[in-house]
Design a protein around this ligand. Structure first.
Ligand SMILES: *Cc1c(COP(=O)(O)O)cnc(C)c1O
Length: 432
């Protein structure tokens, strides 16, 4: 039956040693499990839908290295392609055919993208797109939404105030007020708030950037008409619409949320899946806007490792695998089974919960909901989520260590994995 006795001695030793070596013992904050309590497990290896920790425990994984592993970890075809590419060298710092291949695939897939620039991370993609938005419109202000994450660049590190749309204050020490004074925020799914900001800042707003389906405040879908409304408002006020599809690109659908919802932004950022597990980001969009990027135009942006041949190779192979007929139908089917199943289990075990799923992205909030924005999401019982997370982990299911992160499935997850996960979830929720 369900394994409840897991030993994590080695994980604890490694993580304890890491505390002295790296801030918080990690290379990225959420990995430290601060918001769920308890110790993180230390990974040894990953394959398909599974991960193994340094103590030899196996887990079903719903983090997928935060999104890239949509074909499953260490897919044999991706690994084989990487071996071949490796023999030709690890970095060129010069043009390569691989960049053309991935660029063409991205341009063919993503409706808004006519030209693309490769970078090394989602953060970098969002930084590049921000400069471009401002340069193209000759305006400085931007609108972002509460709870949406666009990487850690200064201008995006703004948590909104209460429910009211307001001028942003920095979210972290070290971010000067001057860097965020041009960042306006609105609640997600609130077109009126966006319209009000446009009215108050006429001819000053370069554009609106958003996660078209939110993943960084937990899973929050756009209300019917929200994305369309933003498209209309940005047109009306001469501003650009930017979809940050670093998470949703090639996950919500092959062409991203813009394909799924039929709303085409002016610019798009990508990352995660297009690197197939290697470090990649990209931004792209209308040819007239992208033509402003150096050296075609005056907007500077560069990168020593950008377009890295290994990263391009992993990205190309991953997209090829996703092109196989039925990929997205499969992802949607198993993920729906999981998301519906979790809600059903919560209901039967007496927990207020809401959540949902689109394609291979899902979420579960411990609140009765509905959740339309970050304020709603924050009503969740995060202490309960922490206990749920720990219980699942101890029984071999690895969930994102925060109530405010989306979950991810992959082509490697089987019906049996989902079934097993629901059995475990019932066990855990019964004792929460
Ligand atoms: C992950 C993410 C980023 C940042 O990407 P990194 O590669 O972590 O820098 C930006 N935007 C969204 C929507 C993301 O999910």
């Amino acid at each position: 039956m369900v394994n409840t006795t897991i030993k994590t001695t080695k994980s604890q030793e490694v993580f304890a040693a890491a505390q002295n070596l790296m801030p918080g013992g990690v290379s990225s904050p959420v990995r430290a499990f601060k918001s769920v309590g308890g110790q993180p497990i230390v990974f040894d290896r990953v394959k398909g839908a599974y991960i193994w920790d340094v103590d030899g425990n196996q887990y079903i994984d719903y983090v997928g290295t935060w999104g890239p592993a949509i074909c499953g970890h260490a897919h044999p075809e991706v690994i084989a392609a990487l071996h071949e590419a490796l023999e030709k060298g690890t970095s060129f710092g010069a043009p390569s055919v691989l960049e053309n291949v991935l660029a063409e695939m991205v341009i063919d897939a993503v409706p808004s993208i006519e030209m693309v620039r490769f970078v090394n991370s989602g953060t970098e993609a969002c930084m590049g797109v921000l400069r471009l938005m401002r340069a193209f419109t000759n305006r400085d202000k931007i609108i972002k939404f509460e709870g949406c994450y666009h990487g850690h660049a200064d201008a995006f590190l703004v948590k909104a105030g209460s429910g009211v749309a307001t001028l942003g204050l920095p979210d972290s020490p070290g971010v000067p007020k001057s860097s965020t004074s041009t960042t306006l925020t609105a609640p997600f799914n609130d077109l009126e708030a966006v319209k009000a900001l446009f009215e108050e800042n006429r001819n000053e707003i370069a554009g609106v950037i958003l996660e078209p389906v939110v993943g960084n405040a937990g899973f929050i879908a756009p209300d019917a008409g929200f994305l369309e409304g933003l498209r209309e408002l940005t047109h009306e006020y001469g501003a650009l619409l930017v979809f940050d599809e670093v998470m949703t690109g090639f996950r919500i659908a092959y062409g991203g949320a813009q394909e799924k919802f039929g709303v085409t932004p002016d610019l798009t950022t990508l990352g995660k899946v297009i690197g197939g597990g290697l470090p990649v980001g990209a931004y792209g969009g209308r040819r007239d806007i992208m033509s402003m990027v150096a050296p075609a135009g005056p907007v500077y942006q560069a990168g020593t490792l950008s377009g890295n041949p290994l990263a391009m190779t992993a990205g190309i192979k991953t997209l090829e695998l996703l092109q196989k007929p039925g990929s997205y139908e499969y992802l949607d089917r198993i993920t729906k089974k999981l998301a519906d199943g979790l809600l059903q289990v919560a209901k039967e075990t007496g927990h207020a919960a809401c959540g949902g799923q689109i394609s291979a992205m899902f979420g579960l909030f411990f609140t009765s909901g509905p959740v339309h924005n970050y304020e709603d999401a924050k009503k969740s019982d995060t202490a309960k989520f922490g206990r749920f997370h720990r219980g699942m982990l101890e029984r071999g299911v690895y969930l994102a260590p925060s109530q405010f992160e989306a979950g991810f499935t992959s082509l490697a997850h089987t019906e049996e994995d989902i079934q097993q996960t629901l059995v475990v979830a019932r066990d855990v929720m019964s004792s929460l």
